[in-house]
Design a protein around this ligand. Structure first.
Ligand code: UDX
Length: 448
């Protein structure tokens, strides 16, 4: 089947490569000439395990092509995916200008019927706006061409994007048009393994499904962070509580890790966008507002532990930081807790010595050269003459450090652990001042 994907970002590129890998003929269109030129040379703009060989093979097979020529892209695909970004507006709502610009492009150049698929995470009602945009342009061209706008949200996780996309838990398709349903079924047939994974529904329900999924997961995390804050005050250990509740299959073990807050390109943006959508229809989403505000406070905790430990005197201190990305296996630093921490440390006059297995270049790109940021080649170098260590990301290589080396490298044996990687009793025994998240043992408990 001939497919066109507009927007070669995370979602667009992975989706295009996976569709090509099962034999569909895919053309990717982007306005970024440099990105397209690089992809033609095999240079992939993101770090994602397993993606490079698939892109290389499908390009070699002639099934994956990149272009800036929008007209050629529109002509190519019977199915036209919109996978461009929806950055948050100042008020938290998703900005649809790129989505609507693609709709306009499709309507301007189409000469045959098209199925337009919203893949970007877009607020409920966007498919209707895309339909109106296409219909308006077609009317201005006096062109009578059939089209249908389908919602097909993406559920991939960074770091596991290839397997999430090629082995999806579910394929949500929002449309009432029977012909579109048949085409989408054919398109995704190779991914519909073992049991029925395609879930058909109306467009608005499909759009809301994506937000509901991400907001539910963000809620689980903020819930656990709230219980962790309580555990600290009550002398309980969130790690034991996590195991205790996760064993209930109705709750499950996933997404109940307390930590220094969720980040990334989805949860923060999607929770904010759904709050905004709710406000627009005169509903106060108290639970979602709490999810967001708990996450905000949680991201301040790492700095607050350091500031308290060093008696509000962080000026001139050197802080080692392990982990910059918002989670392991990615170089993405969008909304990463490490950023909040670094910026607060700089504000307080401290210097950051940072190491991350993948995100060093990204950090350099975001913050450039500055005297108070030292990007170190190894995790050991980051510790040299540092006054304390903060762990922001649970990369496997941080999980079992040589504690004697750690202690001798640090000027003060202070470890702030935003991901609960170490055993509080062991850290105490080795002589560290150890601050974790919600581990009763790691803080002084005021018993009443
Ligand atoms: C998420 C969704 O999982 C995915 O389905 C959706 O399509 C896009 O958003 P992603 O942002 O890549 O994917 O990362 P994810 O692995 O979900 O982690 C999000 C954040 O939550 C990370 O900052 C992570 O550290 C945090 N998290 C996750 C916790 O703090 N505790 C947990 O138990 C799980």
């Amino acid at each position: 089947m001939k497919v066109t994907v507009f927007g070669i970002g995370y979602v667009g590129l992975v989706q295009a490569a996976i569709l090509a890998s099962v034999g569909h003929d895919v053309v990717c269109v982007d306005v970024d000439e440099e990105k397209v030129a690089n992809l033609k040379k095999g240079i992939i703009p993101i770090y994602e395990p397993g993606l490079t060989p698939i892109v290389e093979q499908t390009c070699k097979d002639g099934l994956l092509n990149f272009t800036t020529d929008a007209q050629a892209g529109v002509e190519h695909g019977e199915v036209q995916f919109i996978a461009v970004g929806t950055p948050p507006d100042e008020d938290g709502s998703a900005d649809l200008k790129y989505v609507l610009a693609v709709a306009k492009t499709i309507a301007t150049y189409m000469t045959s019927p098209k199925i337009v698929v919203d893949k970007s995470t877009v607020p409920v009602g966007t498919a209707d706006k895309v339909s109106v945009q296409i219909a308006d342009v077609l009317a201005s061209r006096s062109a009578e061409l059939e089209f249908d706008v389908v919602s097909n949200p993406e559920f991939l996780k960074e770091g596991a994007a290839v397997s999430d996309c090629s082995k999806p838990d579910r394929i949500v398709i929002g449309t009432d048009n029977e012909a579109s349903k048949a085409v989408m079924r054919e398109l995704y047939a190779p991914f519909n393994r073992n049991h029925e994974r395609m879930i058909f529904m109306d467009v608005r329900s499909a759009e809301l499904t994506k937000y509901a999924a991400n907001c539910m997961l963000a809620t689980k995390i903020s819930f656990m962070n709230e219980i962790a804050n309580l555990a600290e005050r009550l002398g309980a250990d969130i790690e034991s509580v996590r195991q205790g509740i996760g064993s209930d299959s109705r709750i499950g073990y996933q997404f109940i890790y307390a930590g220094c807050g969720y980040g990334g390109s989805c949860f923060p943006k999607d929770v904010q966008a759904l709050v905004k959508t709710a406000n627009d229809v005169d509903y106060k989403p108290s639970l979602l507002e709490a999810v967001e505000s708990i996450n905000y406070s949680q991201k301040q905790k790492l700095f607050s532990h350091l500031n308290t430990h060093f008696a509000q005197n962080l000026a001139g201190k050197r802080i080692a930081l392990w982990g910059l990305s918002f989670k392991p296996k990615t170089d993405d630093m969008r909304e990463a807790p490490a950023r909040e921490l670094m910026e607060a440390l700089w504000q307080a006059g401290a210097t950051v010595q940072a190491y991350d297995p993948k995100a060093m270049e990204e950090c350099q790109r975001i913050y450039g050269e500055r005297d108070d940021l030292i990007l170190c080649g190894t995790k050991e170098q980051a510790l040299k003459s540092a006054d304390a260590l903060v762990v922001c990301t649970e990369w496997p290589q941080f999980k079992a450090p040589d504690l004697a080396m750690l202690k001798s490298s640090l000027t003060h044996p202070v470890v702030v652990d935003g991901r609960n990687l170490y055993e509080p009793s062991m850290m105490k025994e080795k002589g560290f001042s150890y601050y974790a998240i919600g581990r009763g043992d790691s803080v002084k408990v005021a018993k009443k």
